[in-house]
Design a protein around this ligand. Sequence first.
Ligand code: IPE
Ligand code: IPE
Ligand code: MG
Length: 257
Amino acid sequence: MELSQRQLDWFAADSARMKLADLDAGVLPRHLAIIMDGNGRWAKKQGKPRLFGHKAGVASVREMIGSCVQLGIAYLTIYSFSSENWSRPKDEVSGIMKLFVEVLSREVVNLNAQNVRVKLIGDVDDLPAGTKDAFAHCVQSTATNTGLTLVVALNYGARQDICQAVRAIANDVADGDLSLEDVQPELISSHLSTAGIPDPDLMIRTSGETRLSNFLLYETAYTELYFTDILWPDFDREALLDALIDYRDRERRYGGL
Ligand code: IPE
Ligand code: IPE
Ligand code: MG
């Protein structure tokens, strides 16, 4: 892979540069999805409250955005809060919601400077007003950017998303606007909140858990999965390069030979 000065600056450590040189730009994922897990355990290891881990995890998000920008990856989807995460203790949930507001108001400038366009997937209507407004502002102010698309999954659950798609399609069938034969995989894709976004090529989950936890269940039919024991706040650009090198060596067959 031929490297620009900006890439060399971002991947400055010798070890990172060696990994980068090893990568083949031709087989980088177009769409990378990440289940950012392990913030709570990271904090616990240091005798700190769980929110301390969530705050530390923000640096890893920044690190991934910068890395995707430098590598020319087109889409990065991050699982930030699941439909099921409301079942956590109240103070953790409200702390996370407040953290979104703080981080977004601080980072909008950096996102624009990096030409990043932010999109949201998930049910935003149920978010606290402040969090909803901060995201709406961020989406609106980055809407015309043409570089990386950062898809933030917030109050997102794949089953819930599939349900709303099925409801909309059933409604069109009942109204006679669609026939039963029209219900094909592409039609379902076009009714999901990820409509228009290519399916993920690679999905990373940190923290040693090897499950999908209701993330992009329909879209990941042929996604390559990568699991690492690294806890999210420790996941850095070199850890990402390791995942990308692993992905480079995968053989994607899509059911063929
Ligand atoms: C992921 O870290 C962040 C969110 C789910 C919001 P966790 O909070 O799940 O951390 P662990 O899994 O308890 O260590
Ligand atoms: C998935 O992690 C959700 C996010 C990373 C936002 P969880 O920590 O909620 O998943 P489980 O409960 O371990 O399956
Ligand atoms: Mg977790």
